[in-house]
Ligand binder design. Structure first.
Ligand SMILES: Cc1ncc(COP(=O)(O)O)c(C=O)c1O
Length: 419
C-alpha cells in the first residue's frame, strides 16, 4: 500500500513525543459518564441533532434582526487572516472564466498543487467538497463493520458512520479533566474490535485542541492493519500547528499502513463558504474513495482558490506564528482578573481554538452562549459533546482587536453575574 517517498524531514520527526499523549494516564474516574464504556455501542447518546456546529451568524441574525455582519464569530475555527490574496484572485478569475463549463473532472491542477505542497504523489490525492464530504465517502468506501471514535470529538465521524449504517463505538479519551495527557490506546479494546473497523482520530482533536503523538497513531494504524480496517486521521486543523511535520500521519500512510488522512482547506485558507477538502490515501484506497464520490463534486471556483492557496508557504508560516501568539494572548486575557478571570478557564491546547471551562456556578454554557450572543459575540456551546455537560464553551483564536471585544463583553457580564 502506498509509495515510500516520505519527506526526509518527516522521517526525522518520526518517534517524537508531543503534548497530548501519555501512555499511562488513563484514569477517567467518576467523570466517565458510562455511555462510552468499552464494548458499549452508542445508540444515539452521541447524536448531536438539534445542536449546531457553531459558525451560524445567519440564524442569530434572523432571530435578532441585527445584520449577520455585526456578529463576531468565535464559534467557528477559521483562519482570522482570511483567504490568501492569490486565492481570492484565482477564485474571481475562475468565476469569470470557468463558471460556464463543468469542472475539469480529475482536479488535476488542484491535486498537483497539493502534491507539491505536501510532497506526496498526486495519485494519492482525492478532492472533496469540504472535509465533510470526504468523511462521508470514507464511511461508504468498503464494507466496514464498525466505526470507532475517541470522545469528545468532532461529531461528524459518528454521524457519517451512522449515515452509512455502521455501529459506532465511542471511547472516552479526551476528557478535559485529564488534558493535555490523553491515551487513546488504553481506551481501545483491541481484541473486541470487529474486523474491518474504521478508526477515527482528530489531529489535533476538536474540541480539546489535543495533539496525539505519532507513536500512538502508529499503534492504532497497526491495529487497523491487523483488523483489515482503516485509520482515518482528520488533520483539518493541523496546518495551524507549528508541530505539523512531527504530528502528521502521512509518514505512517507512506510506510504502508492502512491510513487515510483528511485535510480541510476551508479552515486554514479561510474559505468555509467555498467548501474544499483533500484526502491522501494509498492509490487503491484513493481510487475507491473517488468512486464513492459524485462527479464534479468540487466547483471550479473552490478548486482554483485551493490550487492558488496551496502554493502560499509564507501564508502558513505567518498564520502559525500569529495564531500561536494570539492564542497565548487570549489565554492570558481570559484568565486575567480584569475580564472574565473568575468566569473562564481555558484548557491547555495546541490548536487555533480553546476549550474553555466555565468556572462560575452562576453560568451554564447555554446561558453564557445566549448572553454573549446578545452582545453580538458568538461562542460554541459545547453541550453537544455529552461528556462536557453544560460547563464548557469553545473559543476560536481571533485577532487581538476581536479578542478585546469578547473580553469587554465578558467583563460586562461578570459585572452583572445573574444570567
Ligand atoms: C475536525 C473537523 N474536521 C472536519 C471539518 C469539516 O471541514 P470542512 O469545512 O472542510 O467540511 C470540521 C468542521 O468544523 C472539523 O471541525
Amino acid at each position: 500500500m502506498g509509495k515510500k517517498n516520505i519527506p526526509e524531514n518527516n522521517l526525522a520527526a518520526e518517534g517524537l513525543t508531543v503534548e497530548g499523549f501519555t501512555p499511562t494516564d488513563h484514569d477517567h474516574g467518576s467523570h466517565d459518564h458510562g455511555n462510552y464504556d468499552h464494548g458499549n455501542y452508542d445508540h444515539g447518546n452521541y447524536d448531536h441533532s438539534g445542536h449546531d456546529h457553531g459558525g451560524n451568524p445567519f440564524a442569530h441574525a434572523a432571530l435578532s434582526g441585527v445584520p449577520y455582519t455585526s456578529y463576531l464569530d468565535f464559534s467557528a475555527n477559521i483562519n482570522p487572516l482570511g483567504m490568501p490574496k492569490s486565492a481570492i484572485r484565482a477564485a474571481r478569475k475562475a468565476l469569470a472564466e470557468l463558471s460556464g463549463h463543468y469542472p475539469e473532472p480529475t482536479y488535476h491542477e488542484l491535486r498537483q498543487a497539493a502534491a507539491a505542497a505536501w510532497e506526496v504523489p498526486a495519485e494519492n490525492i482525492v478532492a472533496g467538497n469540504g472535509a465533510g464530504e470526504l468523511l462521508d465517502a470514507t464511511c461508504r468506501l468498503a464494507a466496514w463493520q464498525e466505526a470507532v471514535v475517541f470522545t469528545p470529538t468532532y461529531s461528524e465521524y459518528a454521524r457519517a458512520a451512522r449515515r452509512a449504517g455502521l455501529p459506532v463505538r465511542c471511547l472516552p479519551a479526551f476528557h478535559p479533566d485529564h488534558l493535555p495527557s490523553s491515551s487513546l490506546l488504553k481506551e481501545l479494546p483491541t481484541p473486541e474490535l470487529k474486523p474491518r473497523s474504521l478508526i477515527f482520530v482528530c489531529q489535533p482533536n476538536n474540541p480539546t485542541g489535543t495533539l496525539v503523538s505519532r507513536e500512538a497513531l502508529a499503534v492504532l494504524a497497526r491495529i487497523a492493519a491487523q483488523k483489515e480496517g482503516l485509520l482515518v486521521v482528520d488533520e483539518s486543523f493541523l496546518a495551524f500547528c507549528p508541530e505539523e511535520a512531527a504530528c502528521s500521519s502521512l509518514p505512517l500512510l507512506f510506510s504502508g499502513l492502512p491510513v487515510l488522512v483528511i485535510r480541510s482547506l476551508t479552515k486554514i485558507y479561510g474559505m468555509p463558504g467555498l467548501r474544499l477538502g483533500l484526502s491522501i490515501a494509498a492509490p487503491e484506497t484513493a481510487k475507491a474513495l473517488q468512486a464513492a464520490l459524485p462527479p464534479w463534486n468540487v466547483n471550479s471556483v473552490a478548486a482554483a482558490a485551493g490550487s492558488a492557496a496551496l502554493v502560499e508557504r509564507e501564508f502558513l508560516t505567518l498564520t502559525r506564528e500569529r495564531l500561536t501568539r494570539w492564542r497565548v494572548r487570549l489565554v492570558k486575557k481570559l484568565t486575567s482578573a480584569a475580564a472574565g478571570g473568575t468566569l473562564l478557564q481555558p484548557l491547555p491546547a495546541a490548536a487555533n481554538f480553546l476549550l474553555t471551562k466555565i468556572t462560575s456556578e452562576h453560568w451554564s454554557s447555554p446561558q453564557l452562549t445566549a448572553a454573549l450572543a446578545k452582545e453580538l459575540v458568538l461562542v460554541r456551546d459545547c453541550r453537544s459533546f455529552p461528556e462536557l455537560g453544560e460547563r464548557y464553551i469553545r473559543l476560536a483564536v481571533r485577532r487581538p482587536a476581536d479578542q478585546d471585544r469578547l473580553l469587554a463583553a465578558l467583563t460586562r457580564l461578570t459585572v452583572r453575574p445573574e444570567p
